[in-house]
Design a protein around this ligand. Structure first.
Ligand code: HAM
Length: 408
């Protein structure tokens, strides 16, 4: 007898059964609709990249989490952990032909060898919205506005989430004023990003490793208590424009938002549920140097990554199972004698544009209706011998229980 193979997906990888697809589609539909409404163009790319493109020299977590391997010709390849390096590569490759600014969007499957915690898997889908080649803060507004729009389309309310915003440029200028030179900032950012995830003593040790004196470390912690963005013209403009766009109440200034990726250069943001129950819903910011880092021409850029894992957990918790829309019509029949009538009715409704699930064999009514409910059908018709004789049946609305006649 053959050895039994485990039926589990590899740790951290995900199967999507039909019941899971209902949620995934709800989330993806909102991503796509919000991207479309804001005039972003869809793109896609390979999941496998050269390791060289994805490797990190800055000691960032994502670099350590790469799934990588040698192919049969000894090419060093890796599965993408995020879309941004791939996007930069694609733009750099056609930099002469493309018309900037670009507004591009995709839903990318990404892989990270993460420590498995709530909201973190080793495989996730990430909605990306990026604007390449625009310095104006209106680019940040367009990206953030679309993300807020997606959250609303999923059924969340303004009170359910907040986008925490800061600026690395602003933080950098404050550090500089405290005498901490620019070459130390990358290290300071990586250390500060760990705040809240590890004790301040460990952060202080990281800052010391990054070359900061005790006084500089103290000054750094003092800066982190700042509550006002008045000293930053770009943040002031961001909040002002968000007011005009109608989502300023979804933004809050938070100097503690640093971001774990080293390529960010300006405004950075991260979205959280207001109850503080889940990990970040989405994150992003301005990254004006990434194209030059990989050998392209200097180009400004801003974008975000919005994963499917945390948002699905949040939607299930805040909206409940009832949030998934009922759709289509289920048709069933009692005996073989009504099968032809059921098939005819199904074809007629499909021609009219309805989504119809036709039972494949005779059933008892109770069984039929419970299956139709489970399948989240909006309506159901059960055809018995009397209905065929009368030439009509009853179409039942499964949410309201109302019935109306339908011709056979
Ligand atoms: P990130 O913060 O590493 O940024 O990821 C963005 C979002 O992807 C997170 O807020 C979370 O929703 C989701 N995510 C990341 N890792 C996982 C995981 N292991 N499991 C589940 N969800 C996850 C980036 O990746 C940037 N490239 C975003 C960006 C685009 N910046 C500019 N353009």
């Amino acid at each position: 007898m053959a050895d039994k193979i485990s039926f589990d997906a590899p740790r951290g990888m995900r199967d999507f059964y039909p019941a899971d697809m209902v949620w995934r589609n709800k989330v993806f539909d909102a991503f796509k609709a919000a991207g479309e409404a804001a005039g972003f163009e869809p793109y896609d790319a390979c999941v496998v990249e050269s390791y060289e493109l994805l490797e990190r020299k800055a000691g960032e977590e994502v670099g350590e989490q790469l799934y990588h391997f040698l192919d049969k010709s000894d090419r060093h390849l890796a599965l993408r952990a995020e879309m941004t390096p791939t996007l930069a590569r694609m733009v750099a490759q056609r930099q002469k032909e493309l018309h900037f600014p670009l507004k591009w969007t995709t839903i990318a499957q990404c892989f990270r060898y993460e420590r498995m915690t709530k909201g973190r898997k080793r495989e996730h889908y990430q909605w990306n919205m990026d604007i390449i080649g625009e310095d104006s803060v209106l680019a940040e507004i367009e990206v953030l506005g679309a993300a807020v729009d997606a959250l609303k389309r999923m059924g969340l309310k303004t009170d359910d989430f907040k986008v925490h915003v800061s600026s690395r440029k602003f933080l950098g200028s404050l550090l500089e004023k405290s005498g901490i030179p620019a070459e130390k900032h990358a290290q300071v950012f990586l250390a500060l990003d760990k705040r809240g995830k590890m004790p301040d003593e460990e952060i202080a040790a990281m800052l010391k490793d990054g070359g900061l004196s005790e006084d500089e470390t103290k000054a750094t912690f003092a800066i982190m208590d700042l509550k006002s963005y008045e000293g930053s013209p770009e943040l002031k403009e961001l909040f002002r424009l968000a007011g005009i766009a109608g989502f300023a109440d979804s933004l809050v200034f938070d100097i503690g938002v640093i971001r774990g990726l080293s390529y960010y250069t300006g405004i950075v943001f991260e979205c959280f549920d207001t109850q503080g129950e889940f990990r970040a819903i989405f994150g992003g910011g301005r990254y004006d140097n990434l194209l030059t880092t990989i050998g392209g021409e200097p180009t400004s850029a801003v974008g975000l990554g919005f994963g499917d894992v945390v948002i699905t957990e949040l939607l299930k918790s805040r909206l409940g199972e009832g949030a998934v829309k009922r759709k289509g019509t289920s048709i069933g029949f009692m005996t073989e004698g009504e099968r032809d009538a059921a098939l005819s009715l199904a074809m007629r409704l499909r021609r009219e544009g309805d989504r119809v699930d036709l039972a494949l064999r005779p059933q008892k009514p109770k069984k039929f209706f419970s299956r139709a409910s489970e399948a989240n059908a909006a309506k159901a018709v059960f055809i018995g011998p009397d209905d065929v004789n009368a030439g009509k049946a009853r179409l039942k609305d499964l949410a309201t229980r109302e019935e109306k006649e339908i011709c056979l």
